[in-house]
Design a protein around this ligand. Structure first.
Ligand SMILES: Cc1cc2nc3c(=O)[nH]c(=O)nc-3n(C[C@H](O)[C@H](O)[C@H](O)COP(=O)(O)O)c2cc1C
Length: 177
């Protein structure tokens, strides 16, 4: 029986493995807020989770104000900070992308992730953590980098101010739960 299951898996890889593995929660977080929301979303979906990080842990200045200036400049000139190795995305049919809002848009490491990895053919939806200014242009900017994906409505929270009810309502609305 095990042999038969393996043979079937060999033919239809997409149908194999845990059903949970179909959703990936991929996020970047500088100070932990987006990470907290990402973990709640992972719990709600039962999916996998991947933390996007800069390849160099010291890429950004540790102090807040100099860090925001580096981020401002790279957003203005389109610099893509190198990031860590990304898992094989072919195993996922839904990818939920989490980012803090930086200067009214997505954080630069998430821009790198979306520029270097195609979500074409997948369901995609962003979730963002902001400091009071809302989602800015992030949803539209992320959609531009995920052409070919079935892009769903994003979810925005202040800080890590997400509730499991709010997350469940969002996931139900976008058909992921
Ligand atoms: C470089 C930088 C730019 C930011 N720009 C904005 C902004 O435009 N609007 C806003 O509401 N918050 C802004 N913030 C605040 C963060 O979006 C907010 O603190 C968020 O919760 C941080 O998430 P994290 O802990 O996952 O990094 C900015 C923070 C940084 C570091």
């Amino acid at each position: 029986m095990k042999k038969l299951a393996m043979a079937i898996c060999g033919v239809a890889v997409a149908a194999c493995g845990a059903a949970d593995a179909k959703t990936l929660v991929a996020y970047y977080s500088r100070s932990g807020n987006t990470a907290a929301v990402a973990k709640m979303i992972q719990t709600a979906t039962g999916g996998d989770i991947f933390e996007i990080k800069t390849a160099d842990a010291d890429y950004y200045p540790a102090e807040y104000t100099p860090m925001t200036e580096v981020a401002k400049k790279e957003i203005a000139d389109g610099t893509l900070p190198p990031i860590n190795d990304v898992p094989d995305l072919t195993q996922y049919d839904t990818v939920l992308i989490g980012t803090p809002i930086w200067w009214g848009t997505m954080s630069s490491p998430v821009r790198t992730f979306l520029t270097q990895n195609s979500l074409s053919g997948k369901t995609g939806a962003p979730f963002v953590s902001h400091g009071g200014g809302g989602a800015g242009t992030s949803f539209a900017d992320i959609e531009k980098l995920t052409s070919g994906a079935a892009n769903k409505q994003g979810y925005a929270v202040y800080g890590d101010d997400a509730t499991s009810d709010g997350i469940d309502a969002w996931l139900t609305e976008i058909g992921v739960k």
